[in-house]
Design a binder for this molecule. Structure first.
Ligand SMILES: O=C(O)CCC(=O)C(=O)O
Length: 271
């Protein structure tokens, strides 16, 4: 299976990521990785990891497994052996890359549950600018089948919003600082909203402060399986906050303010 990117990330893609806060990179992973990950995801759905959650309200199924790479060999293989770490290093313009954690997002056909608008950074126990996610589409996806949408340039608003619970639990992140994100849907016309029609193997790459969300999966036939991996670069330090939910099964055992190198957040680039 390919350990190197199928095609190099171009300077233009790097610039777009930093300017807009998100970009879609076509054909980043080939059939072998797509098939490998589809199998790994089915295994996870049949036997979810200890931090798995069901977010769905109403009909359908919206499952989000968190940190499962630590206990699932199929997911771990992707994290450790796929080109993802090298791709992250290139986009982050970083000499080294650590793996933060993984998150599986499956919205089955007819799942009404939206993914609420949010920024990722406030959920995570790290601080820094060189933090991104690679959202690997395992199915063809459009906005109708719950493609992720981004507010262009929102990573540079200089605002940190309090996390929201995907399951609608209003108590969950109460202790964390930050304003409540405004009602983006009501104000949608004021923003430049970015979304893409994607093929399996295409990836969304987004900065940790970019505001994003997704509608429900209105398709009656098409699944929407995606595997997000989160990567950090040179400037990132450990910065946990009271009230954050666990993103890893094991505790990292490092001190606040320190670089995050440890077994829980392994340095995976350079190899
Ligand atoms: O796939 C989704 O619905 C949410 C994705 C997301 O919020 C993320 O990867 O940060």
């Amino acid at each position: 299976m390919n350990a190197r990117p199928l095609a190099p990330i171009t300077d233009e893609q790097v610039d777009t990521f930093w300017r807009d806060g998100a970009t879609c990179v076509r054909g980043l992973f080939g059939n072998e990785w797509i098939e490998h990950m589809r199998e790994a995801v089915e295994d996870d759905l049949a036997n979810p990891g200890p931090l798995a959650r069901e977010y769905a309200k109403g009909g359908g199924r919206f499952l989000g497994d968190i940190g499962a790479w630590a206990v699932k060999p199929g997911l771990r293989k992707f994290v450790e052996e796929s080109p993802a770490a090298e791709i992250a290093a290139r986009l982050l313009k970083s000499h080294k890359v650590n793996f933060l954690y993984d998150q599986l997002f499956v919205k089955e056909p007819g799942t009404a549950a939206i993914t609420p608008w949010h920024q990722d950074g406030p959920y995570w126990p790290v601080r820094g600018d060189q933090i991104l996610s690679i959202w690997f589409a395992l199915d063809d996806v459009t906005v109708e089948s719950s493609g992720v949408e981004y507010l262009k340039g929102s990573h540079r608003w200089g605002k940190e919003y309090r996390p929201v619970s995907f399951a609608g639990d209003t108590e969950m992140y109460k202790m964390l600082p930050g304003d409540t994100l405004p009602d983006i849907e009501a104000m949608r016309g004021q923003f430049e909203v970015m979304n893409w029609d994607m093929k399996a193997g295409d990836c969304l790459i987004h900065h940790c402060m970019t505001v994003h969300g997704a509608p429900g999966n209105a398709s009656s036939t098409r699944r929407r399986r995606a595997y997000a991996t989160r990567w950090t670069g040179d400037d990132v330090v450990y910065a946990p906050r009271d009230g954050q939910a666990a993103i890893t099964i094991d505790k990292p055992g490092i001190e606040p303010g320190q670089p995050i190198d440890c077994a829980v957040f392994p340095r995976l680039w350079p190899r």
